[in-house]
Ligand binder design. Sequence first.
Ligand SMILES: [Zn+2]
Ligand SMILES: [Zn+2]
Length: 372
Amino acid sequence: MKMKAAVMMELGKPLEIREVCLDKPKAHEVLVKIAATAVCHSDLNVLNDPTTPIPQVLGHEGAGTVVEVGDYVTTCKPGDKVALSWVPYCGTCESCKNGQVSLCESAFGPMYAGTLMDNTSRMTLDGGPCYHSSLLSTFAEYTVVPDMSCVPMPENMNLTAACMIGCGVATGFGASVRAAGVRPGSSIAIFGIGGVGINAIQGARIAGASRIIACDVKDENLEAARKYGATDTLNTRNIADVAGAVKALTGGIGTDYAIDCTGIPKVGTDAWLSARKGGTVVVIGAYPEDATLTLPAGSFHRVGKTLKGSFYGDVNPFNDFPRIAQLYLDGRYDLDSLIIEEIKLEEINKAFDAFLDPTAKNMGRYVITFGS
Ligand SMILES: [Zn+2]
Ligand SMILES: [Zn+2]
């Protein structure tokens, strides 16, 4: 079939709206009609990455309706509403066997090659090859994706809200609920109130945390953090002793949990120091590859803290995505106000321009919706 898609034709250049040919789904693949797709900062990274195979249809946050399934597909059926996951886990690798499906790496080879799981593409452009992005390529009217990427949603789920679940929402929610394991009545400090941090706040709120301390350098983000459940805010821009400031808010003790969403190693140190003795610190942001995280070695054993890296919020998409959707339907999880603006596919470059504008809102998503 032919369909409209936003295609990366050149490194770092605006996406072009092109007509792309899409083949039928093979075994373990699903054809999805995209209803909505969100633009993520990672899409900008892909656009500026010289190793990205091009031309490529970008986009990895999407939701839609199943049109057709290939052989052996058991995760969904035609007509199902689905939210898409970019970690289609295999179930048989060491991580999966240990129940840590968010650490499954089976999809990463095909992901970097710009293909689906069988190392081939279902798309062509002007008769030549056209590559997939994160096995999802959601900036398109239709897409073919792995069956393990298709997570059924409740029948009455709003797909414009659902399209955001599979990336920053899952990662932030999971950081609090899964990775940190926030307990009722506890305290937590969350560093970096962007697309992930705001969802870590929501996760902590739903898990029953009593004190949620939002830390950021932007007053605007801190103000918004309160709307999502932060009980305290700390603008760390001009604070030399950040951990001291967090401790001052918790009777000198420190928080039960700290989550670093920033990707800045210095903030990781602050998060570590902000947690109480015996507390748990979760690092969810990506530090630079060559960076070093500095923690005080003196009395390390005496403070009894846990430091934990978390990828994709430790979520199991088939378990956690429908729960997030149900929380949304119950009025307990706010997805609607995470939408900065609804735009058309043709306006997609506006979302990319916003990433480069330091004055633009960076806490939600531009969402592309497709008329039915
Ligand atoms: Zn994303
Ligand atoms: Zn696996």
